[in-house]
Design a protein around this ligand. Structure first.
Ligand SMILES: Nc1ncnc2c1ncn2[C@@H]1O[C@H](COP(=O)(O)OP(=O)(O)OP(=O)(O)O)[C@@H](O)[C@H]1O
Ligand SMILES: [Mg+2]
Length: 293
């Protein structure tokens, strides 16, 4: 369904002293039809950047993205726009994604109209009810909805175009505990109903455990481990650290160039780790660590 190879994104900033951030570094990733892949990792590890790349919301520096047999990075703008409706984003901050001057009705109708789909009131009613809201919500402005209700609107908008693949970027992290569970359950129900594929980005390892068919762990722009039961039996020292909830020691300056990205923080490092480990597959688990090479 969706398959990316060697995906990289380098951000540059600063006028003269060009600062380079390798936000996504040579990532291979595959998501099958009807599959939920959880993507976990600390803040700044590149999760959102990877999600946005897969949706071609920004151009990768390097790499290929194959979606239903099309290579997205080589597509013309016009063809890509058509493809877009099959790939949607549910963002972390719904309030930034809705026009504050538009009633919910217009925000839901607009994408349908753009893609030449039926944007009648009846369609909008069905949509809004599918996410547990009522007709009255259609006639409100974003600031007149709660965080949970806004996220339901974003979900309605994402599924309105009948997508195949959705990037859920920390869809519940801004919400109260009680609402988080309800939104997560609804996303799962929709996934089953429509046979959707999700990249489910989250900080919450418990949530990842519940929703995911498979989990990928990201560290410093790289996927360092991936598999079905990474939380039950972590291989990578970073995954172990995540699970124990260890607060990270401060960033060390003596990171060996070209070595393992986790070198300075790894309790199990050895001389080999001064070179970058390749991703290997051990008993169905993918892991990027010299301990398993
Ligand atoms: N548009 C941008 N321009 C420059 N640097 C960026 C840009 N977007 C992200 N970055 C940098 O890329 C790195 C990865 O950021 P990203 O937002 O993908 O991380 P994340 O894992 O989603 O973090 P969080 O869990 O906090 O959402 C960070 O160092 C960030 O500062
Ligand atoms: Mg993010």
């Amino acid at each position: 369904m969706l398959k990316a190879k060697g995906l990289s994104k380098i951000f540059t900033s600063g006028l003269l002293s060009k600062q380079r951030v390798n936000a996504v570094d040579n990532v291979d990733i595959e998501i099958k039809q009807g599959e939920i892949l959880a993507l976990v990792g600390e803040s700044g590890s590149g999760k959102s950047s990877l999600g946005r790349l897969l949706l071609m919301l920004m151009q990768p520096t390097k790499g290929e993205i194959h979606f239903n047999g099309h290579e997205l990075t080589k597509m013309k703008k016009k063809d890509l726009r058509k493809m877009r409706k099959k790939m949607q984003l549910i963002p972390q901050h719904p309030e930034d994604s809705l026009d504050p001057l538009w009633k919910i009705y217009s925000s839901l109708a607009e994408p349908l109209r753009i893609h030449g789909l039926d944007a009648s009131k009846n369609t909008l009613l069905k949509l809004i009810e599918m996410v547990g809201l009522r007709e009255e919500h259609l006639y409100r402005y974003p600031h007149e909805l709660s965080g949970g209700e806004l996220q339901r609107v974003m979900i309605a908008r994402a599924i309105s175009l009948r997508p195949k693949f959705i990037v859920c970027d920390e869809p519940t992290s801004m919400l109260d505990m009680s609402v988080q569970a309800a939104i997560a359950r609804m996303l799962l129900a929709l996934q089953e109903k429509f046979g959707l594929s999700y990249l489910f980005i989250t900080h919450d390892l418990e949530l990842a455990k519940i929703v995911a068919h498979r989990t990928a762990v990201m560290y410093a722009g790289q996927i360092v481990e991936e598999g079905v039961d990474v939380f039950e039996s972590p291989f990578h020292p970073y995954t172990e650290m995540l699970l124990k909830g260890v607060k990270e020691p401060p960033e060390s300056t003596e990171k060996p160039p070209g070595g393992c990205r986790f070198y300075d923080k790894c309790p199990k490092k050895g001389p080999k780790c001064l070179t970058s480990p390749e991703m290997v597959t051990v008993n169905g688990r993918k892991v990027r660590c010299h301990l398993f090479a």
